[in-house]
Ligand binder design. Structure first.
Ligand code: FAD
Length: 465
C-alpha cells in the first residue's frame, strides 16, 4: 500500500478523469451505496467508484494499480462470500453499466457488466426470448455468468457461460479487449467459469432462446415422505427429458394460508417441477413429479417466464445473514438421504434450506475441457443455504451448516460450483477446477500477474517464472 500522500495524488488524478460517481465515506450517498446483499459483510470501503462506462473502469483500475489498494469488483453485490466489498479499499461498482441491447432476429443480446438478471429478462422477453441464467432476479449477471450460471433453463439450453459469445473487458494493466472463440481464445475459455479473476467485464454478448411461458408445478411433501420421494427422483432424473427441471428445497414450511394447517412450521420438501416447451407434452412429467408420492398444496399451470424468474425474489432479501456450503454427488445414496432428512428435522432457522437440483441435460453434455467451469459429470448438486436475522444466531446456523456438510462430505464427489461457496473454503478452489487448475493459473499469470483481481475464489498467478 502506498502512503496517504500518494493516495491523495492518485485520487485527484482519478477525480479529473472519472465521469461516474466517486463516493467516499463522508458522501451523503455513501451509506446507501456501501452495503452488499449478504448482511454478514458490513464492510466500509474507502472509496466506491461507480463507473458509467468502460473508460471509467480503466481509470478506476489505474487508481487501484497506482495505490495498491485492495480492490473489489461489484455487479449485483450477491457474492455469498462477500467478495464485492472490502474494508478501507476500493470498490469498482458497475451498477451504472446496465444497458441491454437485444437483436431479436439474430437471437442475441449485449448487456453491461453491471446488469441484474431482472433487467436482462425484462428486455429479452419483449422479443419472446430468454437468456439462461439464475432463479432470483435481483442477482447480478456479472458474477453469476463468470462463475458458470445455473437456473431453470440450464438443462435445456446450458449454463449461462455456455451461452456467452464474447466478453469485452478491462485487464489489470488498464487495456481493453474483446475475447471470443477466435480472439484471445485462452481468456474466452477462462472467463466461462473462472470467475472475476481475469479482468472487469464491461459487456457480455450472449445467445438467446425462444421462451415466453412455461408449465410450472409446485407442492409440499411432509418430512416422513421425503425419503421415498428423493429415491424416486434419483431414479427418474437420469433419463428425464432436458425440458424437465425438477428440484427440491428441504426447509421449514411457512404459515401462510396456502400451506395446509398440518404442515405449517413443520419440516417439508418444497417441490418445483418445470417444463420448458410444449405444455401438452410436458404435463405428464410435471404431474408425475407432483403426484408420485404424498404431496399437498399442489398447483400446476402455465405461467409467464417473467413470473417464473421473479417468484423466488422475496425469499432471499437483502441484508439478512447468509452462509452456504455446496457439493456434487454422482447419485444420492440412501445414507445421504437419511443424513439430509435428519438435518432437516434439526434445522435451526425458519428460512434456511437445503437445495437439491439435477443438472445433466445440455449443460451436462458440454465437454469438461471446453470451458473453465467445474465438473459437469456429477449431476446432483447440493446447496446448503442458511439464513437468519440476528448476529447472535450466527454460531448456531454456521455450526448446523458445517456439521451437515461434514456429514455429507464422504459421500460427495470432488468438485464444487464456485458461485455457491462461502469465503472460508480457500482449499477447495483447486478442487472446483480440478484438471483445469494449472491452465487457469497460466492464464491468470498472463493477464493478471500481480493478482490485482484477488477478491474472488482466487486463482493465484505463478510468481517470477
Ligand atoms: P457480486 O457480489 O457483484 O460479484 C461477485 C464477484 O463476481 C466479484 O467479486 C467479482 O469477482 C465478480 N464479478 C462480478 N461482476 C463482474 C464483472 N462485470 N467483471 C468481472 N468480475 C465480476 N447462482 C447460480 O448459478 N444460479 C442461481 O440461480 C443463483 N441464485 C442466486 C440467488 C441469490 C439470492 C444469490 C445471493 C446468489 C445466487 N447465485 C446463483 C450465486 C451467484 O451466482 C453468485 O452469488 C454471484 O457471484 C452473484 O453475482 P453478482 O454479480 O450479484 O455478485
Amino acid at each position: 500500500m502506498n502512503s496517504g500522500m500518494q493516495i491523495g495524488v492518485a485520487f485527484r488524478r482519478v477525480a479529473e478523469h472519472f465521469r461516474g460517481r466517486l463516493l467516499r465515506q463522508n458522501d451523503p450517498d455513501y451509506a446507501a451505496a456501501a452495503p452488499v446483499w449478504n448482511g454478514m459483510f458490513d464492510s466500509r470501503p474507502g472509496l466506491i467508484a461507480r463507473c458509467c462506462d468502460a473508460k471509467d473502469v480503466q481509470v478506476a483500475i489505474g487508481f487501484a494499480s497506482a495505490t495498491g489498494m485492495t480492490t473489489a469488483i461489484r455487479c449485483g453485490g450477491h457474492s455469498l462470500a462477500g467478495f464485492s466489498t472490502c474494508t478501507g479499499g476500493l470498490v469498482i461498482d458497475l451498477s451504472g453499466m446496465s444497458d441491454v441491447q437485444v437483436d431479436g432476429g439474430a437471437r442475441k443480446a449485449g448487456f453491461g457488466g453491471g446488469c441484474l438478471l431482472g433487467k436482462v429478462d425484462a428486455k429479452t422477453q419483449k422479443f419472446g426470448l430468454a437468456f439462461p441464467a439464475g432463479v432470483v432476479s435481483h442477482t447480478g449477471a456479472g458474477g453469476l455468468i463468470l462463475g458458470g450460471g445455473t437456473g431453470w433453463l440450464s438443462r435445456l439450453y446450458g449454463l449461462s457461460c455456455d451461452n456467452v459469445q464474447a466478453f469485452t473487458l478491462v485487464l489489470a494493466d488498464g487495456s481493453a479487449l474483446r475475447a471470443d472463440k477466435n480472439a484471445h481464445a485462452d481468456l474466452f475459455w477462462a472467463l466461462r467459469g473462472g470467475g472475476g479473476n481475469f479482468g472487469v467485464v464491461t459487456e457480455f454478448e450472449v445467445r438467446l432462446h425462444p421462451v415466453s411461458s412455461v408449465l410450472f408445478g409446485k407442492g409440499l411433501c411432509p418430512v416422513d415422505a421425503v425419503p421415498p420421494l428423493l429415491q424416486h427422483w434419483r431414479e427418474f432424473m437420469p433419463s428425464a427429458p432436458d425440458n424437465l427441471r425438477w428440484g427440491f428445497s428441504l426447509k421449514i414450511a411457512g404459515d401462510s394460508e396456502e400451506v395446509p394447517q398440518e404442515l405449517r412450521r413443520k419440516p417439508v420438501a418444497s417441490i418445483s417441477a418445470l417444463w420448458v416447451g410444449n405444455a401438452a407434452s410436458g404435463s405428464r412429467f410435471v404431474d408425475n413429479a407432483l403426484t408420485a408420492k404424498e404431496h399437498s398444496a399442489v398447483t400446476i399451470g402455465e405461467i409467464p417466464f417473467l413470473k417464473l424468474q421473479t417468484m423466488a425474489d422475496s425469499d432471499f432479501p437483502h441484508g439478512r445473514r447468509y452462509y452456504a456450503k455446496s457439493g456434487y454427488f454422482k447419485t444420492l445414496e440412501d445414507q445421504v438421504i437419511q443424513i439430509l432428512v435428519a438435518a432437516l428435522r434439526g434445522i435451526p432457522s425458519m428460512s434456511s434450506e437445503i437445495e437439491l437440483s439435477y443438472l445433466g441435460g445440455a449443460a451436462g453434455r458440454i465437454d469438461a475441457a471446453d470451458t473453465a467451469f467445474g465438473d459437469r459429470s456429477m449431476p446432483f448438486i447440493l446447496n446448503i443455504l442458511s439464513h437468519w436475522t440476528n448476529a447472535s444466531e450466527d454460531a448456531a446456523n454456521i455450526m448446523w451448516t458445517r456439521r451437515l456438510f461434514g456429514n455429507l462430505r464422504p459421500w460427495m464427489k470432488p468438485g464444487v460450483y464456485v458461485n455457491f461457496m462461502s469465503g472460508d473454503e480457500k482449499e477447495r478452489i483447486p478442487e472446483a477446477y480440478s484438471e483445469r487448475w494449472e491452465r487457469l493459473r497460466e492464464i491468470k499469470t498472463k493477464y493478471d500477474p500481480q493478482n490485482l483481481f484477488r477478491l474472488n475464489q482466487n486463482i493465484p498467478p505463478y510468481v517470477h517464472r
